[in-house]
Design a protein around this ligand. Structure first.
Ligand code: NAD
Ligand code: TYD
Length: 339
């Protein structure tokens, strides 16, 4: 397997690269293309860079010529597209980069893949393309797309382009739609790492709206194992939902983190709600389980404890991030909400 992983310096891409080298050792070659936006961090790939069968290219997925050359130079047979702008709140303040990277970037990868007859193209999408659920029910692969944020709209657009390359050009594609991930190397602007690191710094924990929005959490290594299965055994043209039936209300997650870190609930502050805030996500993973034999390894209780410990053990990693460009974003995002 000669893989081109895009966005491999981000949260899920880097965890996927770790997972693949742990599992396949010398049997694979991985080329990672990442243009290192604020969310890309080569420290996430500690221990990987020295491998003979790993190559890093700093570059933009929108650069079709570059992708074309990488495919040729490294005899790439499979592309797994993680690269994206991934934070909903940023998409609400400034959607245009989301369209450029998530839509135009995917198009450029598809074009290069078509020209070079790539064997498999896996698009890493999200359950957010389905929109929001009420109290009951689950997202299946047949649920109509109804994205509500500029982020999810850009991901849904990319999914439709990927689908069209299967229908029109017969490209061997899969689309995966996973629920919210958590685990090591998660950028501290997203709920779980933000709350853990703020609690450790005795800072306010900003909870949007009434805190009762529900997300379905999956450990990032279980996401990686699912992608590996889909990449190898997924049927051409098929979509696979990924999730482990682990729905939690935001406020319960925040309280659990505080309890684990022995910090007071008084740190919680309810702040202005996110615009267009999706109420509930919940994945039905039956297709992935029955067709490809996937099962998650982690229970949430174990996964969240391990994750909290990872942030305690890797203070340097997140402190370096929190002292950089992120500070400006944080000030703007929570300007009127936090003291
Ligand atoms: P992330 O923001 O942590 O990482 C994204 C990576 O892509 C970064 O390393 C960034 O530098 C890189 N990148 C951005 N624009 C690029 C460009 N133009 N060219 C090359 N590289 C570029 O995101 P993540 O949380 O790791 O998400 C990865 C993928 O998984 C995304 O496509 C996202 O939509 C999807 N996803 C995320 C979750 C989640 O809970 N985080 C859940 C389901 C699906
Ligand atoms: P997030 O981690 O941004 O993931 P997504 O919006 O893609 O699901 O947010 C998860 C949930 O946590 C979402 O309902 C919004 C909420 N949230 C807060 O309440 N406070 C925060 O500071 C953040 C970042 C998120």
């Amino acid at each position: 397997m000669n893989l081109l992983v895009t966005g491999g310096a981000g949260f899920i891409g880097s965890n996927f690269i770790h997972y693949m080298f742990d599992k396949y050792k010398e049997e694979i070659k991985i080329v990672n293309i990442d243009n290192l936006t604020y969310a890309g961090n080569l420290e996430n790939l500690r221990g990987i860079e020295s491998k003979q069968n790993y190559f890093f290219v700093r570059g933009d997925i929108c650069d079709k010529e570059l992708i074309f050359n990488i495919i040729e130079q490294y005899s790439i047979d499979t592309i797994i597209n993680f690269a994206a702008e991934s934070h909903v709140d940023r998409s609400i303040s400034d959607p245009s980069i989301f369209i450029k990277t998530n839509v135009m970037g995917t198009l450029s990868l598809l074009e290069a893949a078509k020209d070079k007859n790539i064997k498999k193209f896996v698009q890493i999408s999200t359950d957010e393309v389905y929109g929001s659920l009420g109290e009951d029910g689950y997202f299946t692969e047949e649920t109509p797309l109804a994205p509500n944020s500029p982020y999810s709209a850009s991901k849904a657009s990319a999914d439709l382009l990927v689908r069209s390359y299967h229908e029109t050009y017969g490209m061997n594609i899969n689309i995966t739609r996973c629920s919210n991930n958590y685990g090591p190397y998660h950028f501290p602007e997203k709920l779980i790492p933000l709350m853990i690191t703020n609690a450790l710094e005795n800072k306010v924990l900003p909870v949007y709206g009434d805190g009762l929005n529900v997300r379905d959490w999956l450990h990032v290594s279980d996401h990686a194992s699912a992608i590996d299965l889909v990449m190898r055994n997924g049927e051409s043209g098929e979509v696979y939902n990924i999730g482990g039936h682990n729905e939690r209300r935001n406020i319960d997650i925040v309280q659990l983190i505080l309890e684990n870190l022995d910090r007071p609930k008084t740190l919680i502050k309810y702040v202005e709600d996110r615009k267009g805030h999706d109420r509930r996500y919940a994945i039905d993973p039956t297709k992935l389980i029955t067709k490809l034999g996937w099962n998650p390894n982690y229970t949430f209780d174990i996964g969240i404890k391990e994750t909290i410990k990872w942030y305690l053990d890797n203070e340097d990693w997140w402190r370096r991030i929190k002292s950089g460009e992120y500070i400006e974003y944080y000030k703007n995002q929570y300007e009127n909400s936090l003291i």
